[in-house]
Design a protein around this ligand. Structure first.
Ligand code: IMP
Length: 423
């Protein structure tokens, strides 16, 4: 069976968790392939909100296997907290949650290094979630990392000590004020490693291969968004993994020829948390309304997200890079009551009009060119059928489908599982 992918097409926070949860009943396996606890995937059902950071969003369904793939970085301390929340809700994850031996471990000193690096950058900081993501991927590519499989070796703590010592020397090199008590952090870390070791570790690429041979259906769950991709995002204001479709191949060990549908998720407007360019960012009451009505605060850090109009140039780019086959539009309900809406269809770039994402999208180089649309007034949150959607929203959707040449097959009209319209 082909492996389907579900990816964010903007700067993250598109609503991937909700849609994975909605899709899970159609899949035997949900697999995370990159990122780590910098992600915050929010699911709402039965009137309750759940936020997952590292654990795949299929965990609340019986009979679904959830794989944390080799491309993911795991912080045992945060992972343990996630498990404790599942325990409190009596979610039986012992059999349904498995972890790749090749996934890398975030050490307490990776988090400290992240903080030291960000502090040293001053105003040029990335706006990292400070979960140690960048330093952990640096150790992975630098061939120094500790992997989940290492935890099964008798002498892994020697390797740990050598790496932590190196990190402490690096933290001192930054020469910035980072306060910490490593003994305390280590006590918490080693305790959490014990919890992690109580779970099932697997050779995930083999597991996934065998599952495919047996005809099992698999959905790969992306984290962050395409514009935060280490190669194709707005570098250096990006995360440290490949968030795009290719990342699913390397992050799970699936060949490109095995990929089936690529579901691309986007919000009806745009948000970004952290630093970096954002051509359609709004500083007026339209942006303020998006943030307030859309509850645009980071699920991991609580930071207010920056809001702006939909950027079709960037969205087209993301669809192209990922080979998106179906689109899912989120949060159209947040725009109810707007008198008008804008969509950026091109950029004025150094005097020219362009319709592709150039190397540098800093504000001084780029001016968005907009098309304007009539807004819709109806409250969408109680709607359940495509026929109920207001004409103005249908016009907006039709325009996007025509420009992107990809069908929008799902429109989400609220955070709950049930607020999902299949077109
Ligand atoms: P890091 O991945 O924590 O180092 O953060 C790098 C950049 O990616 C920062 O601008 C973060 O705000 C952003 N970022 C990381 N993870 C997420 C996410 O899950 N949603 C939205 N933005 C994210």
């Amino acid at each position: 069976m082909a492996v389907d992918l579900l990816l964010g097409l903007q700067w993250g926070d598109e609503g991937k968790g909700k849609i994975v949860d909605v899709f899970t009943s159609k899949y035997d396996i949900i697999a995370r392939f990159q990122g780590g606890p910098n992600a915050g995937h929010t699911l709402v059902f039965n009137g309750q909100k759940h936020v997952l950071h590292t654990i795949p969003s299929g965990i609340f369904h019986d009979n679904t296997i959830n794989i944390v793939g080799n491309g993911v970085v795991i912080d045992p301390v945060i992972f343990k907290k996630e498990l404790e929340k599942l325990d409190a809700q009596k979610v039986p994850y012992q059999k349904s949650l498995v972890i790749s031996r090749k996934a890398h471990i975030i050490l307490p000193t990776h988090r400290l290094l992240d903080a030291a690096s960000e502090t040293s950058k001053g105003k040029a900081k990335i706006g990292s979630t400070l979960k140690g993501i960048g330093p952990t991927y640096m150790d992975k590519t630098g061939r120094n990392g500790i992997r989940v499989g290492d935890l099964e070796l008798a002498d892994w703590k020697l390797k740990y000590r050598a790496l932590a010592n190196k990190h402490e020397a690096l933290i001192a090199f930054y020469n910035v004020d980072v306060q910490y008590n490593l003994d305390e952090l280590e006590a918490e870390f080693f305790e959490a490693v014990k919890t992690l070791k109580s779970l099932q570790f697997i050779d995930s690429e083999e597991y996934i291969y065998q599952a495919q041979q047996q005809g099992k259906t698999i959905l790969a769950e992306g984290a962050q968004g395409s514009l935060l991709d280490i190669d194709f995002g707005t570098y250096p204001f990006v995360t440290s993994s490949n968030t795009t479709a290719a990342g699913a191949c390397t992050g799970l060990g699936i060949p490109p020829s095995a990929i089936g549908d690529v579901f691309g998720i986007f919000k009806a407007y745009t948000t970004r948390v952290g630093s970096g360019p954002f051509p359609t960012e709004l500083f007026d009451e339209y942006g303020e309304t998006m943030g307030r009505v859309g509850n645009e605060f980071g699920a991991t850090t609580g930071r207010a997200r920056r809001c702006g109009w939909l950027d079709l140039v960037a969205l087209k780019y993301a669809c192209q890079i990922n080979g998106v086959t179906q689109l899912i539009m989120m949060k159209g309900d947040v725009l109810s009551g707007f008198d008008m809406l804008k969509v950026c269809t091109a950029y004025k770039y150094k005097g020219d009009t362009i319709t592709h994402l150039p190397y540098n999208i800093e504000a001084e180089n780029i001016k968005p060119i907009y098309s304007e649309f009539k807004g819709w007034q109806a409250d969408l949150t109680g709607m359940s059928k495509g026929e109920e959607l207001p004409q103005e929203l249908n016009d907006y959707i039709a325009f996007l489908e025509q420009e992107l040449n990809i069908p929008i097959t799902i429109v989400s009209v609220g955070p709950d599982r049930k607020q999902t319209i299949v077109r």
